[in-house]
Design a protein around this ligand. Structure first.
Ligand code: HEM
Length: 431
């Protein structure tokens, strides 16, 4: 039998029914299907959803890195789509494909979320963590998702932006509607867009005021940021704030919950080591971003016809990049289905846009790579690590309240639904 015949035989034996992507089982545990994809259909043509699926680590890497061939842009200057009209965030950087405007927007703003500019906000991160924990410190139990992780990043961002503290709860409400609008269509999308419009109405006078009298806050810095003599316009500023709240807030929120979940339920043995040496929360963050990342999939469109393995993807086709599957690729990581904060085959330090590291180890794929590599990579890590370290230090003898847990899942993984535990009850010794 020829190699091609062997491959066809193998394919037929391991055929995938595309409806499996919509089944509840996949939302709860996508990893068995990811493995079948990697092993037998490294490029899978899903005719039912009209898309091509990529799942091996180095293929995910190659698609992320090649923005000339695979674009994220859905906005064309002369196209029928009105920029931001169908997106819950409104116009935002993620909608730009290749080209100067994306590069300009990134360059003007990216510096605000790294290095000293980020360190300036460390006291805010500390203050919010303390305030939230003080509310339940005496109770002896906490539901981490509603009482902590869901509250924390959004309050940090709202403080960083310098928004009035008395309006913080309003932002928490808008944030929840934005997130629901992102993950689900129909009524949720309509509510998300309504929340975004309300938020924009609220923001506009504030932006005008900061333009006249800038402060040290992030909103003033975003307004003042300038490259080649050009600043962001009003719509770009508002779109960016919406993106910050949702893409920066919701993801970090869920990252914190995933880290706590894995320390409590998957590796309580490693939790003891992490408690003794809180710097190890950095490793927990990195391994969580590999093993159970919040974001599992991103989409691209082919700019031209592309040949991959034995398939030809036509021009303009939707390509689904399963970074959650690439992260579990046994061709790259030993024993990939084990959560191990001490693994030696993963780059454990800070991420970068190229995904290439001096230690020669592969990094996790959880922030993407290349053109749209997450701009909040340093901020997310800093917030999540500090929040978890503060949480574990402040609450003595932290332990799960219930023996069993339903685990981490996504309500709808293919429509932007991010993966995290819906609730996480913990107990501790009250003060
Ligand atoms: C653990 C938390 C986070 C995760 C898992 C995450 C994940 C991602 C991923 C996968 C992408 C790439 C999208 C693509 O390639 O299509 C991305 C882009 C982005 N992220 Fe994050 N993110 C997180 C936190 C943040 C934070 C805190 C911010 C706020 C500063 C942020 C801002 C952005 C922006 C602005 C982009 C778009 C960049 C561009 O288009 O050039 N993210 N993020």
């Amino acid at each position: 039998m020829s190699a091609v015949e062997e491959m066809i035989k193998d394919r037929l034996k391991n055929e995938i029914d595309p409806r499996e992507f919509d089944a509840p089982g996949f939302q709860h545990d996508p990893f068995p299907l990811y493995k079948r994809l990697r092993d037998h259909h490294p490029i899978y043509h899903d005719r039912f959803h009209n898309r091509w699926v990529i799942s091996r680590y180095w293929d995910v890497d190659a698609v992320f890195q090649n923005s000339e061939a695979y674009t994220r842009g859905i906005y064309e200057e002369d196209g029928p789509y009105k920029f931001g009209s169908r997106h819950v965030f409104g116009p935002n950087i993620l909608e730009y494909g290749r080209g100067d405007r994306h590069r300009w927007l990134r360059n003007v703003i990216a510096g605000q979320f790294v290095g000293q500019k980020l360190n300036d906000f460390l006291p805010v991160i500390d203050m919010i963590a303390r305030e939230l924990i003080d509310k339940f410190r005496k109770d002896g139990e906490v539901e981490v998702v509603t009482q902590f992780s869901h509250q924390f990043p959004i309050r940090v961002i709202s403080n960083m932006l310098g928004l009035p503290r008395e309006d913080e709860n309003m932002f928490v409400g808008w944030y929840q509607a934005l997130i629901a609008g992102l993950g689900f269509g129909g009524e949720h999308l309509a509510r998300g867009i309504a929340a975004r419009n309300e938020m924009w109405e609220y923001l506009e006078p504030l932006i005008n005021e900061r333009r006249k009298t800038p402060g040290e806050d992030l909103l003033s810095r975003i307004i003042a940021a300038e490259l080649d003599g050009v600043k962001m316009d009003m719509d770009e500023i508002k779109g960016f704030v919406a993106l910050l709240l949702a893409a920066g807030g919701d993801t970090t929120d869920k990252a914190i919950a995933n880290m706590m979940y894995h320390m409590m339920y998957t590796r309580p043995d490693q939790f003891d080591q992490v408690k003794a040496n809180p710097e190890l929360w950095e490793n927990v963050f990195t391994e969580m971003m590999r093993y159970d990342p919040v974001v599992h999939t991103q989409g691209r469109r082919t700019v031209n016809e592309m040949a991959l393995y034995d398939e030809v993807i036509p021009k303009g086709a939707m390509v689904l990049i399963y970074l959650g599957a690439g992260n579990r690729d046994e061709r790259v990581f030993k024993d990939p289905d084990t959560f191990d904060a001490f693994r030696d085959d993963l780059h454990m330090g800070r991420e970068n846009r190229s995904g290439r590291y001096k230690d020669g180890k592969p990094g996790h794929l959880g922030f993407g790579m290349g053109q749209h590599f997450c701009m909040g990579y340093a901020m997310a890590r800093q917030e999540a690590v500090l929040a978890c370290a503060y949480f574990a230090k402040s609450l003595k003898n932290l332990r799960p309240k219930f023996k069993e847990h339903a685990g981490i899942y996504s309500p709808n993984i293919d429509s932007g639904g991010f993966r995290s535990p819906p609730e996480l009850w913990l107990e501790f010794d009250p003060e």
